[in-house]
Ligand binder design. Sequence first.
Ligand code: TMP
Length: 230
Amino acid sequence: MDGLRGKFLVLDGPDGGGKTTVGRLLARRLTDAGLSVVQCRDPGGTKVGDRIRSVLLDFDLASMDIRCETFLFMASRAQLVAEIIRPALAAGKLVLCDRFISATCAYQGAAGYDFEAILSLGRHAVGTTWPALTFVLDVPPDVGLERIHRRPDAGRTGSLVATCVPAGVAPLAQARHLDAMERRPRSFHDQVRANFLALPSRYPAPVEIVDASAPLEQVLETLWERLKRL
Ligand code: TMP
């Protein structure tokens, strides 16, 4: 695992793919293997970034112009790279980041933003700090959105009606605050997934697609085996 020191890894993928759980377990495993791991999330991960994140995910602002939205994601990311990621990598730590430019390609790409323009903004925001490897935890929207709807509400309040509640989800499970992204229509989430699946041939850094509808242990094992080869 020595080859992983100073490496930048990203977990990304459609909503409900299990990034948070997988990230936590993977970070623990990497730490147990003797690595110094820094975990962060995008958007957010810094004081400035967390403020930008709350603006981005505020449902009341869902009518935000796509350029404004994309620039805000990039702004949060620029701060995260400058304040957390770059110094950590320079100190030989492994950085495990929840989402990155790959997410803008998928989500803002699905909202109509030009792919090359996103990459160009991305280069401006992060310079040469691109991930050594991005894992896309892939789940079909039906599975991902159902997982989200079944999550216990972490005490957040807000409007409760979703535009993309999958069939067969219990009414109680629908009583959860959905953020501005999760509330977008089903067709949007289909396009997000398609954009993620297209990344290996379009993204300027390595991307690996992982089937995240498999059992958690299996997903972790797949990531682990791939990391050994990095
Ligand atoms: P999260 O699911 O990782 O908390 O991310 C919050 C939402 O923001 C999620 O629905 C994906 C979305 N998002 C974008 O639309 N563009 C981006 O560049 C990023 C990083 C996230």
